[in-house]
Ligand binder design. Structure first.
Ligand code: GAR
Length: 223
């Protein structure tokens, strides 16, 4: 792949990893299509050939590849193939966007502080799956989403940004998921922009933000 020379100089090159529908990928594609956005999507990778998000990438004119995990003998071979494709594309920040394979310590270390994830809860509450039903079962008043740097433990790592949404009487897991997803679509581009502008420094287990922060609401990543 001769992608290293492509793209706009000065923009942070993103690799987006997906497994399915790709609505967060779409939010990143929409945000990065603005000329003044400081990052661009250089490559989209899916671990499933039928991931709907691949079509979103192609529709946006962004290189998109399926690297089906089932085609590889083991996890190291699969992760090496993804890493090779990402590095060939000149990717400097990997964004997990509904990527549903657990990544090995090797991959996480290789991309340390260059690998972020969006998770549908206010971490460290509710890591793992079924976050919306678990939030309802716990009776929390606020739920939300988190963008964080990835560490080896599941859904852990320095928090870049969070968005909170209210839990309303009568919510089901589906209605709550819809409200959180809308927040995810605002939060992921915001977090990427902060990183691309050099406003996020990882200090041990915490990410420290510097400089002016955009806070369109009182509960979205308050300064
Ligand atoms: C999103 O809600 C994302 O936060 C979640 O999967 C969904 C993917 O939707 N990710 C995780 O649960 C990872 N732990 P999308 O494909 O439409 O972006």
């Amino acid at each position: 792949m001769a992608l290293l020379t492509e793209g706009t100089p000065g923009k942070l090159k993103l690799g987006v990893l997906i497994s399915g529908r790709g609505s967060n990928l779409q939010a990143l594609l929409d945000a990065t299509s603005a000329p003044d956005f400081p990052a661009e999507v250089a490559l989209v990778l899916a671990n499933k050939a039928d991931a709907a998000g691949l079509e979103r990438a192609r529709a946006a004119g962004v290189p998109a590849l399926a690297i089906p995990h089932k085609d590889y003998a083991d996890k190291p071979a699969f992760e090496q193939a993804m890493t090779q494709a990402l590095e060939d594309a000149g990717v400097r920040l990997v964004c997990l966007a509904g990527f549903m394979r657990l990544l090995s310590p090797w991959f996480v270390d290789h991309w340390r502080d260059r690998l972020i994830n969006i998770h549908p809860s206010l971490l460290p509450a509710f890591p793992g799956i079924d976050t919306h039903q678990r939030a309802l079962d716990a009776g929390v008043r606020f739920h939300g989403c988190t963008v964080h740097y990835v560490r080896s433990a599941v859904d852990s790592g320095p928090i870049v940004a969070q968005a909170a949404v209210p839990v309303r009487a009568g919510d089901t897991a589906d209605t709550l998921a819809d409200r959180v997803l809308a927040a995810e679509h605002q939060l992921y581009p915001l977090a990427v922009r902060l990183i691309a502008q050099g406003q996020v420094m990882v200090d041990g287990d915490r990410a420290v933000l510097a400089g002016p922060l955009t806070t369109p609401g009182t509960v979205l990543n308050p300064a």
